[in-house]
Design a protein around this ligand. Structure first.
Ligand code: CMX
Length: 426
């Protein structure tokens, strides 16, 4: 990790100076106002936090450190983590350095498997993942550094240490959960010669089955890595980290947020909905049949999973990348054809209904189709895949927050009575 660490060590003083100057010279400038509807509406659009790793312009979709996602789809997770952390793509030496570092740390201690084996056999895979992450908290170097009295502006180094260990172990744990939970056999040891995504495919047991599967996983891991700071998982992780909680506590908290059906669990819900469509019509329905099915879902009070977004107002470029991958590699796959048909019909239905501000698909509308094609039909597992990738973004944000000495978060809440008084002008 010498390369990543040294790059950060060179950049952090410059970023700190910029932040210091901003507060000193412009600290009293207004960047956002809050209406009553926003305070009662999940704080949509309120600008009150900083995330430098990525941004989501509503009309463009994800930019990682200013680079559109569509320009990054050929890269590796190692590249993306380096980019998230430093703002630069790595050269060959830095990429290999990070690959080797992650591979070196990928083995998971026995006690983690014992914890997982002792959970009820029907535990949700996300509950297993969160538990495994939390169980490793006792290994935190950050906690050790804090108790040794390491200066606050040096704590990013031990945060980086913890994040590298956690990131390295995530595919091992996630693949182990897949094999334990769905009775695929014993966990498979990581191979130190492989890169991050090939190793994940190897440990899942997919690599030998489908040569292409490692590439699909690589793409999947790249696409889900980060989505600015205000989404439930990123915000939760960052908030918990602001109390100087370590990466294990913080990422585990973020993953608990990712487990909700309106957030990361939507990919599981989405494939389930697509399979319902297939079962109802015995294959790909006509537009008219699907239109009626979508209306039935809405009229029963349910959302159409995989569609809509709190920030995006266009088709999610992550959806486009996954659907294109499916069409290029397995165009005859029925699920891919179904996803494409849903994309033709559902936005029109949501527009007619007129409630969703964004009728377009998000990443979850296509991700399950790719996993399903490679034999991962256990869709309660899909959010675990999402989590492995999203840990990159959460970790990069934690490192940045500690590097910049961000304070404990504490927005002001108001009571309902205060709100009523405020609007009545009393
Ligand atoms: N199907 C049906 N109704 C939808 C809808 C959808 N896909 N998307 C939004 N709506 C409804 C909302 O439920 C809301 O209805 P009410 O006024 O009755 O509460 C109304 O449209 C307005 O919502 P919005 O402002 O457009 O969307 P929000 O910012 O409140 O919520 C999201 C965003 C993603 C939770 C919502 O679009 C949704 O539930 N989508 C389906 C679940 C999903 O795909 N989640 C994954 C998002 C990606 C991620 O975070 O991982």
């Amino acid at each position: 990790m010498a390369n990543l660490h040294d790059r950060l060590a060179a950049k952090i003083p410059i970023w700190r100076d910029e932040l210091h100057d901003l507060v000193k010279n412009h600290g009293d400038k207004v960047i956002s106002q809050v209406t009553v509807a926003q305070a009662l509406g999940g704080m949509r659009g309120v600008k009150g936090m900083i995330c430098d790793t990525s941004e989501v312009p509503p009309e463009r979709g994800l930019l990682i450190r200013g680079i559109p996602l569509a320009d990054l789809t050929g890269h590796t997770p190692e590249d993306i983590f380096y980019l998230l952390c430093t703002g630069d793509l790595p050269g060959d030496a830095a990429r290999e350095d990070l690959r080797a570092e992650l591979a070196r740390r990928a083995r998971v201690p026995r006690y983690v498997w014992q914890v997982l084996e002792s959970l009820p056999p029907q535990s949700h895979p996300m509950c297993m993942l969160d538990t495994a992450v939390l169980a490793m908290q006792g290994e935190s170097r950050f906690v050790q550094a804090y108790h040794e009295g390491v200066a606050r502006n040096e704590l990013w180094r031990s945060m980086l240490e913890d994040c590298l260990t956690l990131l390295a172990r995530m595919p091992t744990i996630a693949a182990g959960i897949y094999r334990l939970r769905f009775r695929k056999g014993d966990p498979i040891e990581p191979d130190p010669a492989l890169d991050y995504s090939s190793n994940f495919a190897h440990m899942l047991g997919l690599r030998d089955l489908h040569a292409e599967a490692a590439d699909a996983l690589r793409l999947y891991l790249v696409l889900h890595c980060d989505h600015e700071g205000g989404n439930v998982s990123a915000h939760t992780c960052s908030l918990v980290g602001s109390a100087l909680s370590d990466a294990y506590y913080s990422v585990s908290a973020g993953l608990n947020g990712l487990s909700g059906p309106l957030h990361g669990l939507a990919n599981q819900e989405c494939l389930s909905w697509v399979l319902e469509v297939r079962d109802q019509f015995g294959g790909v329905p006509t537009e008219a049949q699907l239109r009626q099915f979508a209306w039935d879902t809405l009229n029963s009070g349910r959302v159409i999973p995989g569609y809509g977004h709190a920030v995006l107002r266009v088709t999610d470029p992550r959806f486009t990348a996954l659907l294109e991958f499916g069409k290029a590699h397995f165009p005859q796959d029925e699920i891919v054809q179904l996803v494409a048909r849903v994309f033709e019909v559902v936005p029109k239905v949501l527009e007619e209904q007129g409630k969703a501000k964004n009728p377009w698909p998000n990443v979850d509308a296509a991700s399950g189709a790719v996993l399903h094609h490679y034999g991962m039909t256990e869709f309660s597992y899909y959010t675990v895949m999402f989590s492995v990738s999203r840990t990159m973004g959460m970790c990069a944000q934690l490192i940045w927050n500690r590097a910049m000495g961000m304070p404990i978060e504490r927005p002001k809440s108001v009571t309902y009575a205060w709100l009523k008084q405020q609007v009545s002008g009393a």
